[in-house]
Design a binder for this molecule. Structure first.
Ligand code: NDP
Length: 332
């Protein structure tokens, strides 16, 4: 019954091409720790999962270097190796891992439709969305130049490497406050680079930032560029950019942490799946269930708070179990 191929004349909007349709039992979209863990559980529960890897196969961890906080790797592991291990484990139980990007969905009938690369429609009774979130960057060339060599968007992942050093955190929201406070417990000094003269973070977090002795808030500062021979050694900032008092300031730092928000990758489902105002998919608390029966979400696309590989993996497990129970209840 599943994985049969036929030609369907349903087409995504604005195209006239005939699209191939494939029926599967369980579709997983996204290949970070959440997607692969969902795949391991779904495959072992005989759901024959098909996974589309998405834009960044392996997810955000493939852009980090050493991962030291994923349980089971006592000596640490690189992000890409961890993801290869998870992939191999998912494939070992029969997950069909494929290249491709989900571009559109239609979740209005008993069977859910997902368009892959606008060329193919997958029809599936259950869909697990594990598309993650993308950290926002300032858009400076130097962020790419020093990626993995001093530039990071995750203090919990990389802070440990800067013990006893000076670092900067960019942003003024709760994430920036939390990351600055976390880093302050590890490093010598944290500069918090805030573009306005106030923090957006909640009052309690603002107070904690101000109370932390080794955090220096650089109010009304913006980043012009980074300097260093192969690795970050400093940042050049504008103070009061665009005003008559504009000036340039150089700070000496070894780490440059972005904390200006994340964008959950939920755009393609937003017409059917409920999200919060930022775009995080809303799940029923304590489950991976979305507002659409048979559609489940796990990992960073539904988590604005923890955003860790291990919490993503845990929620991937929940999604596969919820999917398996949904199918058993449906088919008796
Ligand atoms: P936010 O959108 O709340 O804050 C982003 C911050 O980055 C703002 O201070 C913003 O400045 C600044 N920023 C954005 N773009 C730039 C730029 N180009 N240059 C310099 N600064 C920039 O994102 P967060 O990730 O902090 O939080 C997202 C949501 O998650 C919030 O609702 C937050 O409350 C929640 N959260 C909750 C936590 C908790 O409860 N423990 C922990 C972390 C997050 P400006 O203020 O000027 O716009």
């Amino acid at each position: 019954m599943f994985k049969s191929l036929n030609i369907d004349d349903s087409v995504p909007e604005n195209t006239n091409q005939v699209v191939e349709t494939e029926k599967v039992k369980c579709l997983i979209i996204g290949s970070g720790p959440a997607g692969y863990t969902a795949a391991i559980y779904a495959a072992r529960a005989n759901l024959s999962p098909v996974m589309y890897e998405g834009l960044q196969p392996g997810g955000q961890l493939t852009t980090t270097t050493e991962v030291e906080n994923f349980p089971g790797y006592s000596q640490g592991v690189t992000g890409p190796v961890l993801m290869e291990d998870l992939k191999a484990q998912a494939e070992r139980f029969g997950t069909d891992v494929r290249w491709g990007i989900a571009t559109k969905v239609e979740f209005s009938g008993p069977v859910h439709k997902v368009w892959i690369d606008d060329k193919k429609i997958i029809e599936s009774e259950v869909v697990i969305i594990a598309t993650g979130a993308t950290a926002k960057y300032l858009g400076l060339d130097d962020e790419k130049k020093y990626a993995g060599s001093g530039v990071s968007a995750c203090a919990t992942c990389d802070g440990f490497f800067y013990r006893g050093k000076d670092v900067a955190v960019v942003g003024g929201g709760d994430t920036a406050a939390e990351e600055a406070i976390y880093l302050a417990g590890l490093v010598k000094k944290v500069y918090l680079i805030v573009r306005r003269n106030e923090l957006r973070a909640s009052k309690v977090m603002q107070e904690r930032v101000i109370r932390t002795k080794n955090i220096e808030v650089l109010w009304e500062h913006q980043t012009k560029g980074l300097i260093g021979d192969g690795v970050v050694e400093g940042a050049i900032l504008w103070k009061k950019k665009g005003t008559p008092e504009e000036s340039e300031v150089t700070i000496k730092i070894d780490g440059f942490f972005l904390a200006i928000g994340h964008t959950p990758n939920s755009e393609f489902v937003k017409d059917f799946v409920e999200t919060d105002e930022v775009g995080y998919i809303r799940t029923i608390p304590g489950t991976s269930k979305t507002n659409v029966p048979g559609v489940f979400a796990c990992g960073d696309v539904q988590d604005s708070i923890y955003r860790q590989a291990v919490t993503a993996a845990g929620s991937g497990c929940m999604a596969a179990i919820d999917a398996e129970r949904y199918l058993s209840e449906k088919h008796g």
